[in-house]
Write a protein that binds this ligand. Structure first.
Ligand code: 5GP
Ligand code: ZN
Length: 124
């Protein structure tokens, strides 16, 4: 995918603060962190959204979660806890259309993430 921002990071065409990589995935720090530690873990393969995952991608998607747990342990917040999130399409706020697992940790995290939106939805 020529115009995909995260494919460019995979291909070293634009810089990123890479914290882990292997033959399947790359993990790098989010440019606009929402927690003391906020990384994005992505497959090397371009997959636009969660809706585009095939059964052949399942091992790679599970691998993203394994890398998240590994990074959490390395960062020292695995026991305190952390959050992993995939946003899918516009209602979830997806802005980059190459799937990415957010890993947020290092402080107590609020839940639900968008209280006002949730209230509106519950009242409708
Ligand atoms: P989404 O909203 O699609 O789930 O998340 C996209 C994430 O990518 C956002 O948290 C945003 O801060 C991050 N992001 C956008 N552009 C860049 C970039 O050029 N470099 C890095 N490291 N993160 C980016
Ligand atoms: Zn891509």
């Amino acid at each position: 995918m020529m115009d995909c921002l995260f494919c460019k990071i995979v291909n070293n065409e634009i810089p990123a603060d890479i914290v882990y990589q292997d033959d399947k995935v790359v993990a790098f720090m989010d440019i606009n962190p929402q927690a003391p530690f906020h990384a994005l873990i992505i497959p090397r393969k371009h997959i636009a959204t969660l809706n585009d995952i095939t059964v052949a991608d399942c091992e790679t998607v599970g691998h993203l979660q394994w890398v998240a747990a590994k990074l959490a342990a390395e960062q020292g917040f695995a026991e305190d806890g952390y959050r992993t999130v995939f946003n899918c399409n516009s209602h979830a706020g997806q802005t980059v259309y190459h799937i990415h697992l957010h890993l947020l940790g290092g402080k107590p995290l609020g839940w639900p993430p968008y209280q006002d939106t949730l209230k509106v939805n519950l009242n409708n």
